[in-house]
Design a protein around this ligand. Structure first.
Ligand code: FMN
Length: 269
């Protein structure tokens, strides 16, 4: 279960987080760094199967913009590396859960982040991190101060984006109980999960709402492979539990072994 003080902090961050791709060339103060370091090995049993490492230099070279859609990520001070223990049955979900907790924590300290699973050099990260036999690098995130406004290195003017979360409407991603019959807090939990970031913003999750809890499933008919969809579901699950805890709801995750269902958040009386 996520600690309540962290959940309250992270719940606010859900609404202010966005993918930051332009950073001030400014060093992250040591106490901020230590805050992040305290979470690298997990903050809940749901993180089992994942770990993270913080690289204090080299972020810019590792983050290449060869996909072109978003352009190169510039100026970040540090790089968070998210590692999955592939022998663990739910490692993708664990990486999503762990990574998003760290990302929301960084957001709550005024830092910018951006999940990156495609536009980085995995080879360069592998050269910097000691991996166990069945460990795999799953994603990275720059961490630093978002560039608010001004000019970038090429002299182009940069404006901080307003936080706009382009997401599917809730009705299109949920089934089960109608909204008017939701127990207290369920709408907030689903709304928080809906705002989760996902690879190419595919939002590959679906929610089954029942009186005793909410089941998260990976959406079918998506272009993303199942590994990526399960990682994204782990991110949405972190948001869902954070909102539950911030609204005084206690529950626990139960993994489901029949895909595409991933896990059910069972609310405790
Ligand atoms: C697992 C994952 C992988 C991602 N990979 C990339 C990437 O390779 N490059 C990139 O620029 N953004 C990447 N993103 C950021 C998404 O494009 C972004 O989260 C999504 O468009 C929603 O926008 P928002 O984060 O501003 O709310 C990734 C996000 C997730 C969750």
């Amino acid at each position: 279960m996520i600690r309540e003080d962290l959940a309250n902090l992270w719940y606010q961050a859900i609404f202010s987080r966005y993918s930051v791709r332009a950073y001030e060339r400014k060093t992250v103060p040591r106490d901020f760094r230590e805050e992040i370091e305290s979470l690298l090995n997990g903050f809940s049993p749901m993180c089992n199967g994942a770990r993270a490492v913080l690289l204090e230099d080299g972020a810019e070279e590792i983050l290449c913009g060869f996909w072109g859609i978003f352009g190169k990520i510039r100026g970040a001070d540090m790089l968070l590396v998210l590692i999955g223990e592939t022998s663990h049955p739910n490692y993708e979900v664990a990486v999503g859960f762990l990574g998003e907790g760290i990302i929301l924590h960084a957001t709550s300290q005024g830092l910018g982040t951006c999940w990156v699973a495609g536009t980085y050099s995995r080879r360069m990260v592998e050269a910097r991190v000691n991996l166990g036999d069945s460990e795999k690098i799953m994603a990275v995130s720059p961490i630093g101060f978002a560039q608010v406004s001004g000019t970038d290195m090429e002299g182009k003017s940069v404006q901080a984006p307003r936080v706009i979360h382009r997401r599917k409407p809730l009705q299109s991603i949920m089934r089960g109980l109608p909204v008017e019959d939701f127990p207290a807090g369920y709408l907030e939990m689903l709304e928080a999960a809906r705002l989760a970031p996902s690879a190419i913003n595919r939002q590959p999750w679906r929610f089954m709402v029942e009186p005793d809890g909410i089941t998260v499933s990976a959406a079918g008919f998506e272009l993303l492979p199942m590994t990526a969809r399960r990682l994204d579901c782990g991110i949405a699950m972190l948001h869902l539990e954070v909102a539950a805890r911030a609204h005084g709801i206690h529950g626990e995750w139960k993994y489901i072994t029949e895909p595409p269902a991933v896990a059910k958040y069972v609310v405790l009386p």
